[in-house]
Design a binder for this molecule. Structure first.
Ligand code: HEM
Length: 406
């Protein structure tokens, strides 16, 4: 069954102007497995019943005739007064966020992953040497602006739209605080670390921070940067060095992630590994957002060290859009878009001798296994989930407070 909702209005008062997106229901083997899991899980509380219970197609074009949620006027809600942190009732905000977090028709049943990514991408623009970027400001909410148009932020308009009703109910909370708090509540709700929340972020009123503060573009990581170009989608394995199993050019990608992105923000190697192991245990890639496809782990809506253990223990094969055999074995959800390469577990759908999971790893994930320094920490976290939880919680708090001045 394939269902396209004609017009989904997520919240009252939607008007013209900002992000637009469509929701598409595409039941998959993953969803069937999920509903089996949910029926046997007592923790699958139903919340957020007013939200669309469907898979989304973030790149669908806006249309006045249907198929699309018109954006809202949400970037136009005035910024909170300077005393916002003092007057907002964060317990009530947390309660609203908890109520909406489980959403059985959204991807794998939870909004926590997309809120986590929204918080990371709003923070991951930080540059320690100039003090610019970071989670203060919520600059991604300006429709058509530089941050919202950054290809690395594709799909995140959905997260922002989900949070809009909460902002309306709690106008004194800044967008930039709300995005971070949503990720903390998501982590807590899914067995992740409890991260103490410090409010006080102030939203940019417009995009003048680009010129006034000297922001620069392209600060978020790209999953294949500097790897050898992938030519024709027909033979992904030709870019693998058979002697080492690594992708040619991975050292450049590693330098991108380490130096250009995370050292730039002020993280060390241990924190980098903790952030990736804790972040990519959640959620999935979407072919129509990033071009990559599928979840990293079998249980992508709860915290664990599964990402670290599986990266080390499982066998991984490089695939591209031409690897149609994935469709043949019912693992279409792992088929990347044209021009993209990713690793998939060796026998998707059949791991662990049965109804196993389809799993993937980005090239930028695999560097944790290939780089000798990163690998020390990867192995450490694969052995010790509690340690990962502590380190990830601390690193995520640091990440989400970059550029905030507290
Ligand atoms: C080298 C650094 C990183 C790269 C290249 C990277 C890349 C990606 C890509 C390509 C996606 C798929 C987006 C989509 O198609 O919807 C994704 C999703 C995600 N990333 Fe990362 N990421 C990185 C680091 C992180 C970090 C540090 C965190 C959090 C601490 C994080 C959290 C997530 C989450 C939760 C998702 C799933 C979102 C969802 O399910 O909608 N990522 N990432």
């Amino acid at each position: 069954m394939k269902l396209r909702l004609d017009l989904v209005t997520l919240f009252a008062g939607a008007g013209a102007g900002t992000d637009a997106f469509a929701f598409t229901a595409v039941p998959s083997r993953q969803q069937q497995r999920r509903s089996r899991r949910q029926s046997s899980s007592s923790s699958a509380a139903l919340g957020a019943s007013s939200y669309a219970r469907t898979r989304w197609s973030p790149n669908s074009p806006p249309s006045s005739s249907g198929g699309v949620v018109a954006g809202s006027s949400y970037a136009t809600i005035p910024p909170p007064p300077p005393t916002a942190a003092a007057v907002a009732n964060y317990d009530d905000v947390r309660a609203d966020l908890r109520d909406m977090m489980d959403n059985p028709s959204w991807d794998d049943g939870s909004l926590a992953p997309i809120f986590l990514r929204l918080a990371w991408h709003s923070s991951g623009t930080y540059d320690a040497s100039s003090g610019t970027g970071g989670s203060n400001g919520a600059g991604m909410r300006f429709a058509g602006g530089a941050e919202s148009r950054d290809p690395e932020n594709a799909g995140l308009h959905a997260a922002r739209a989900f949070l809009e009703p909460v902002k309306r109910r709690h106008p004194h909370v800044s967008y930039s605080d709300l995005w971070i708090l949503a990720s903390y509540v998501g982590l807590e709700h899914t067995g992740g670390p409890v991260v103490p929340f410090t409010p006080g972020r102030v939203d940019h009123v417009d995009e003048s921070y680009w010129t006034r503060d000297g922001m620069s573009y392209g600060r978020l990581p790209a999953a294949e940067k500097y790897c050898c170009p992938h030519l024709d989608d027909t033979n992904a394995m030709s870019s693998v060095d058979p002697a080492t199993g690594t992708v040619r050019g991975w050292e450049g990608l590693c330098a991108h992630v380490r130096n250009e992105v995370f050292y730039r923000m002020g993280f060390d190697d241990r924190e980098i590994v903790a952030l990736l192991c804790g972040g990519h245990v959640y959620g999935r890639c979407h072919p129509n957002a990033s071009g990559y496809a599928g979840p990293w782990v079998e249980h992508p809506t709860r915290f664990s060290n599964e990402y670290a253990t599986d990266m080390i223990e499982d066998e991984w094969t490089l695939v591209s859009h031409g690897d149609r055999w994935l469709v043949g074995i019912g693992a279409e959800e792992l088929l990347p878009a044209p021009g993209r390469r990713q690793f998939v577990n060796k026998v998707p759908g059949k791991v662990d001798g049965g109804d196993g999971a389809n799993q993937m790893m980005l090239l930028s994930d695999m560097i944790l296994k290939w780089d000798p320094t990163f690998r020390v920490y990867l192995e450490m976290y694969a052995k010790d989930e509690d340690l990962l939880k502590r380190d990830f919680g601390a690193a995520f708090k640091k990440l989400t407070e970059l550029g905030c001045g507290f």
